[in-house]
Design a protein around this ligand. Structure first.
Ligand SMILES: Cc1ncc(COP(=O)(O)O)c(C=O)c1O
Length: 400
């Protein structure tokens, strides 16, 4: 369907009666029933549902090992420890990512080295990564941004030449395919998020995937105090079992209450993607003529997970900056997100590592323009049309 001519209009009146919350999860009866069944079982901690969720996820992604943890941040941290990161080791991460990607390196004693991204794909630029490799570099963390896979052939080439590990940040990329293979199986370890806004949600939650049994075992041990046996086996109907602490681990285990949600959410992962693809197409056609850069089509032999629909505002053709557009949409009852302000612009990374504006030009360019619109299988067709109406009206208002 083509949209009617864009007309400027008032941008202070709500386009709908209720606020459209950005990233609100779709939770249906099966999730509610599974959580209630978990409560009735009285096994709410780490137990059989976590084991079942790990198996279902392993099968979905097509990997040998999947370890459920409390968040993607935890999975990233454990991956850094598992690959043997030592104090002062460097890990290359994109500047255009959520803070957790870089913070996990710091938690493990390493130093995150920010690399620039491609303006179109918003994923790591392999040439810039290659320029930032030093004798201290140990790993690269590609972020499959918004669900679009990074150029893993190019990044694999850099990693191979310098003997670096690749830890994939798949927080946006549960359904992502690259050359027919799932994200999370393309590097050494994959890390996933089931945070409330993600494509599969468990409230908080994460998963580490790997083909390597030794890394999987170490991550599992580290996620539960460094104990050699799972807690649910400690107190199971098989009777008490002694455990051995083999190293000082963390408290990063997932609970059955969370896995209950994940088990049911994972069943709908493919139909939900189909729905988000339809919303994506509708947005693409509705915004084609606006002063924006649309997300580019997916690359050949890949599948985009459609996690974030991110417009880049063409601010040279607008009389407003991104935040004014965002606030105008907010006043119209449309919630949006910013993914992200480049890490080098945040106070901590500037003060600690000496980054300054201008250091990572593409990430900075995106930071100034990016605006994520609601994209959830929960959206009705009317919700989608409300977003479109508000965005078109707002950009017409601010157009030069
Ligand atoms: C790219 C990226 N990496 C890591 C994370 C951290 O995920 P979690 O909240 O599960 O720790 C997020 C979460 O928003 C993310 O978007």
């Amino acid at each position: 369907m083509r949209c009617a001519q864009i007309t400027a209009g008032p941008i202070d009146a709500p386009v709908r009666a209720t606020y459209l919350v950005f990233g609100s999860p779709q939770l249906l009866e099966p999730e509610i029933e599974e959580v209630v069944a978990t409560l009735r079982s009285c096994w709410i901690g780490t137990g059989p549902r976590v084991a079942a969720f790990e198996k279902a996820f392993r099968d979905y992604v097509g990997t040998n090992h999947a370890v459920a943890v409390s968040s993607c941040t935890a999975a990233l941290h454990l991956a850094m420890v598992a690959i043997g990161l030592k104090p002062g080791d460097e890990v290359i991460v994109p500047a255009m990512t959520f803070a957790a990607t870089a913070n996990a390196v710091i938690h493990a004693g390493g130093r995150p080295v920010l690399a620039d991204v491609d303006r179109r794909t918003m994923c790591l630029d392999a040439e810039d990564v290659a320029r930032r490799v030093t004798p201290r570099t140990r790993a690269i963390i590609p972020v499959h941004f918004a669900g679009r896979p990074c150029d893993m052939d190019a990044l694999g080439g850099v990693a191979g030449r310098h003997g670096l590990k690749i830890i994939e940040d798949c927080a946006h990329a549960i359904e992502t395919l690259y050359g027919g293979r799932h994200a999370g199986t393309l590097g050494d370890i994959g890390t996933f998020s089931f945070y409330v806004t993600k494509n599969v949600v468990t409230g908080e939650g994460g998963m580490a995937t790997t083909a390597d049994p030794a890394w999987a075992a170490r991550i599992k041990t580290l996620a539960l105090h460094g104990m050699s046996a799972d807690a649910w086996k400690r107190f199971s109907d098989e009777g008490f079992k002694h455990y051995e602490v083999v190293e000082p681990g963390f408290k990063y285990n997932m609970m059955d209450l969370q896995a209950a949600l994940g088990l049911q959410q994972l069943r709908r992962v493919e139909p939900n993607l189909v729905r988000r693809e339809a919303i994506w197409r509708r947005y693409d056609e509705a915004f084609e003529e606006l002063p924006v850069f649309l997300p580019p089509p997916e690359e050949k032999s890949t599948r985009h997970a459609r996690h974030l629909y991110t417009l880049l505002l063409d601010i040279d053709r607008l009389r407003a900056r991104r935040d004014e557009v965002l606030m105008a949409l907010h006043r119209q009852n449309i919630g949006t997100g910013v993914h992200y302000r480049s890490l080098h612009l945040h106070r901590y990374y500037k003060e600690t590592f000496g980054y300054a504006p201008g250091d990572l030009p593409n990430a900075e360019w995106i930071s100034d323009r990016t605006l994520s619109l609601p994209l959830s299988p929960k959206l009705t067709d009317d919700d989608v049309e409300d977003v479109i109406f508000a965005v078109r009206r707002t950009l017409a208002h601010f157009a030069r």
